[in-house]
Design a protein around this ligand. Sequence first.
Ligand SMILES: Nc1ncnc2c1ncn2[C@@H]1O[C@H](COP(=O)(O)OP(=O)(O)OP(=O)(O)O)[C@@H](O)[C@H]1O
Length: 233
Amino acid sequence: MIEIKDLHKSYKMGSNSLHVLKGINFKVEEGELVAIMGSSGSGKSTLLNILGMLDGADSGEYTLDGVPIKNLSETKAAQYRNKFLGFIFQSFNLINYKSALENVALPLYYQKVPRKERQEKAMQYLDRVGLKPWATHHPSELSGGQKQRVAIARAMAAEPKVLLADEPTGALDSKTSYEVMDLIQKINDEGNTILVVTHEEDIAHMCKRIVHLKDGVIVEDKKIEQVRAEQYV
Ligand SMILES: Nc1ncnc2c1ncn2[C@@H]1O[C@H](COP(=O)(O)OP(=O)(O)OP(=O)(O)O)[C@@H](O)[C@H]1O
């Protein structure tokens, strides 16, 4: 599903340059649930942004579902991003003046799905995350865990091939974090490929594989016995 080879990324800061990713190689197969771990500044978000086609690498190869990303035009890249990738953020990134249902329906609007179908599908995904009764509520009326569930429903609504989650539990207390991980595990059980950036050990152990970044290189990449979040919720 994902293959990256010898990926490098630097940030220019005045006359200096900060080499953040220093030759990253890895593959993610369909249906994996991968944690990307590492201390602050190790390059996790930089890597996720490149995988999410939100930023480009300086060199190296990135192939997503068999498509080499490097030479895509901006328009094509945006199309691929909408079609292949769903995003979940630490701060939820919901639109405050829209209802939960409207937030979930938004990616379908960008995919030009007709209004009625959009609403039906959005409701189906809200139901999937247990929030159908909250469809007309606005984000300000929802708890942190509920907001993240709306964001997960929104990410799934466009039926992406890969979900990319950047610290999805970073703004949540432990119990709510485990509820969100329980949902992520169940979505993965259905065959969805998911990458989760986290610096929390317990969250990483709820994935099936841990990729450990340090100073811009992968220092460890191991499959693990998955801890089920359900037992903590
Ligand atoms: N746009 C940017 N311009 C300049 N430097 C940046 C930029 N984005 C990130 N950096 C720097 O690159 C390094 C890696 O940042 P990155 O956000 O990828 O790390 P991280 O592992 O995700 O950290 P955290 O856990 O704190 O989010 C850091 O030193 C950061 O300051």
